[in-house]
Structure formats: structure tokens, C-alpha cells
Design a protein around this ligand. Structure first.
Ligand SMILES: [Zn+2]
Length: 399
């Protein structure tokens, strides 16, 4: 069976080291290149949809997380506070929302600014027990594709619908197969904040957004501050997990006393929509590695083109083509050592989308012969045409 941990090792995507600690994997250059491409795509997708990106620190004062409710409701999943002085305790954040609430209230807000969409691919931490950790699917340091959309109650329905559209676009681009939609609701018990009316309203809104979409309901799976839409995927072993999520929150705007000035000059409370298009980079890649068996779509393949000179006499034109590829924004390398057959097999093992062979005839005519990952061989193309072809295939699919 396909296992992202084994493939991650074989393809040099990530590694773990006992000295780094369980659940704290290291992204190697190949894995980091793929992740970087995905991060850039997501940032661009969000930018086009009106998101504003911020940077906030991965830790903060204890008081921030007392105010947000995390210390009261979520402490079991957090690392213990770090003490610097008598009144100076810091917490590794378990979520980005508290910082984004501070971004919102960094200055006064007008209704004209809403919906205000604050996005960040940021770090957060979970004190997972070492027994449940494995590869990238369950980690202690999490890089979340996150955003918080502050809007009026009237805007919330349209905002959720628009987020669902963005999630669909990201899934199509990455090659994600959805296993199901889930409406995660409150369960019995005391682990939830907010009043009855807030929960009822939030549920109603999410239910309306899911009208016409096949979904299940999961009592007990809500966040402590509100219900959510979870979009599930299945790993190679058949285990289901949440990749994308949309949550409605009436509680944090109260706790952080967030407000905007409406058209009549009155101070009003915004609604906070928490959303992640594809979840954390770690869990996303655990899924993508298995889903594609390591053969990522060309736009986020770690190396997109490998150039193979037939022998040393084509070293210069091969290096020249690789340089052209790199300048065109592609990730390209030259592999000049060993028999051609062995090098083609090695490129296939590494799931490289394009192999460009430069033999004596190609070198003399200023051409390269492209071979695709599925084994298809194209007629030798002039260098500029080959470059265009690979560049077009390796472009992230933004409409
Ligand atoms: Zn949040």
C-alpha cells in the first residue's frame, strides 16, 4: 500500500530526526520546492479573491489566549506556557485567530471595509502525544493556510458561499478528491462557549450554504466557539480526515470587543468566519503524496524538467536549455552521468514530469526531444517551442 512516509523518504521530500523531536519533520529541498509552489499558488488565489496577507508571531502572551478562550477550552492540546518572568508568560499559539482579531482591531473599522479578509500561512502548535504522530499527517508544528473573514451578519452567507468556491478551485488545481462534506455541530457537554441563539444562527447559516450539497452531520465535531463545514478526504489506508474547513464564530468578536462603524455612524459587532482552503501544509502533503503516488501535477513537482545530454559533447547545449528553463521560472536540472537508459529510469523514479534529451542531432539543430512522465515521446522541438510547451504545462492553474 502507498504510504506517504515511505514515498517521502524515497523521493527525498521530508525527513525526521529523533534529535528534532517526534512530530517535527524537516522539509528537504524537494519537499520544500513543492510546498513553496503550492503556497505561492494559494497566496495568489487568495489575493485575487480580495484577501490581505499578514504576518503574526507563532507565540504570544498568556493573556491573549486567556482572552480568546483557548486556555479555558483548549489547554489540553497546547504546550505548557513558558515563563520568562513573574508576570511574563508566553504560549505557543494553538491557532491564528487571536492574532488576527488583534490585526482587525489595530485601528478603527468602517462598514465600507467589510468583508475584511485577513490571511496568513502561519505557524501554530499542538501538544500531540508522541504515540499518535506519524510522518506529515499528525505533527506538533503546523503551518496552516488560514484566514479570518470579518463581515456583517448579512454578508456571512455570501462569504461562506464564496469560500466554498475557492475551496473547489484549490482542490481542482491540486488534484484533491473530496470524500465528503460534513456539518460539524455541538455535542453534549460543557466544552462550548457562546449562547444558544448564537449557535442556532450559525448553524442555520452553514446549513443554508450546504443546501444542495450532499453532506453528513457530525454532533460533537464543532469548534468550541462555533459550528463548521468540514471537507473530508481519505488517505490510502481509507482513514478520513478534515482538509478544508469553514467556521462561523460570534464569540471571538465579543471577547475581543471587535466593532465597525455602520452607515448610520453606529458601532456594530462583525461576524468572524474562520476558513482554511486546504488545511495545513503538513496534512495536505501527507494526502497529496499518497493521492498522486508522488507524481504531483507538473506545476508543483519538485523538479519539472531534467535535461539529459546524450554524452559530454552535448553538455553545453544541455546546460543552456536547463538555464533557459530556470530563467523561465521552471525548476530544472541537468543529469549528465551514466547511461541514457539509467538516467531516464532515474527521472521516472523521481516522477519528473519532463525529460529533455539532447543528442548530436538535436544539438546541431538547436532542438530538444521531450519525453513526458507517462512515457510519451514528442518529436524534437526547437528550443523556444519546447520551453513554451513545458512552461505552459507547469503553470499553476489560476483561471
Ligand atoms: Zn481561526
Amino acid at each position: 500500500m502507498i504510504d506517504h512516509r515511505r514515498l517521502g523518504r524515497e523521493l527525498d521530500l521530508f525527513a525526521s530526526d529523533p534529535l528534532s523531536g517526534a512530530g517535527l519533520p524537516l522539509w528537504l529541498p524537494a519537499g520544500a520546492a513543492a510546498r513553496h509552489a503550492v503556497e505561492e499558488y494559494l497566496r495568489e488565489l487568495e489575493r485575487r479573491a480580495g484577501y490581505q496577507h499578514v504576518h503574526t508571531p507563532p507565540l504570544g502572551r498568556r493573556e491573549l489566549f486567556a482572552l480568546s478562550g483557548h486556555l479555558g477550552y483548549f489547554a489540553g492540546d497546547m504546550f505548557p506556557p513558558m515563563r520568562l518572568g513573574a508576570d511574563d508568560e508566553f504560549v505557543l499559539r494553538p491557532a491564528l485567530c487571536p492574532h488576527h482579531a488583534l490585526v482587525y482591531r489595530a485601528r478603527g473599522r468602517s462598514y465600507r471595509e467589510l468583508p475584511l479578509r485577513v490571511a496568513e500561512l502561519g505557524g501554530m502548535y499542538r501538544a500531540e502525544r508522541s504515540g499518535v504522530l506519524g510522518g506529515l499527517s499528525r505533527v506538533r508544528a503546523i503551518s496552516l493556510n488560514d484566514a479570518h473573514n470579518f463581515c456583517t451578519l448579512e454578508q456571512a452567507g455570501a462569504e461562506v458561499a464564496e469560500i466554498l468556491g475557492l475551496i473547489r478551485a484549490a482542490h481542482a488545481a491540486l488534484g484533491v478528491r473530496v470524500a465528503g462534506f460534513r456539518l460539524s455541530l455541538r455535542g453534549p457537554g460543557e466544552k462550548y462557549v457562546g449562547d444558544e441563539e448564537q449557535w442556532r444562527r450559525a448553524e442555520e447559516l452553514l446549513r443554508a450554504a450546504l443546501a444542495g450539497i450532499d453532506h453528513t452531520e457530525a454532533p460533537g465535531e464543532a469548534a468550541f466557539y462555533g459550528p463548521k463545514i468540514d471537507i473530508q478526504v481519505r488517505d490510502a489506508a481509507g482513514r478520513e480526515s478534515t482538509l478544508s474547513t469553514i467556521q462561523l464564530d460570534f464569540d471571538k468578536p465579543e471577547r475581543f470587543d471587535l466593532s465597525y462603524v455602520d452607515a448610520g455612524g453606529a458601532r456594530r459587532r462583525p461576524v468572524m468566519v474562520h476558513r482554511s482552503l486546504v488545511g495545513s501544509m503538513e496534512r495536505l502533503f501527507a494526502y497529496l503524496i499518497e493521492e498522486h503516488a508522488g507524481a504531483f501535477p507538473a506545476w508543483y513537482a519538485p523538479v519539472q524538467v531534467v535535461v539529459l545530454p546524450l554524452d559530454d559533447r552535448q553538455a553545453d547545449p544541455a546546460a543552456g536549455f536547463a538555464r533557459d528553463c530556470v530563467r523561465a521560472g521552471l525548476r530544472a536540472e541537468v543529469d549528465g552521468a551514466g547511461s541514457l537508459g539509467a538516467r531516464i529510469r532515474e527521472a521516472a523514479r523521481r516522477r519528473i514530469p519532463y525529460v529533455a534529451v539532447v543528442g548530436p542531432r538535436e544539438a546541431a539543430e538547436g532542438r530538444v526531444s521531450l519525453r513526458q512522465r507517462d512515457g510519451r515521446l514528442l518529436d524534437p522541438l526547437p528550443v523556444p517551442a519546447a520551453l513554451d510547451l513545458v512552461t505552459a504545462a507547469a503553470r499553476p492553474p489560476l483561471e
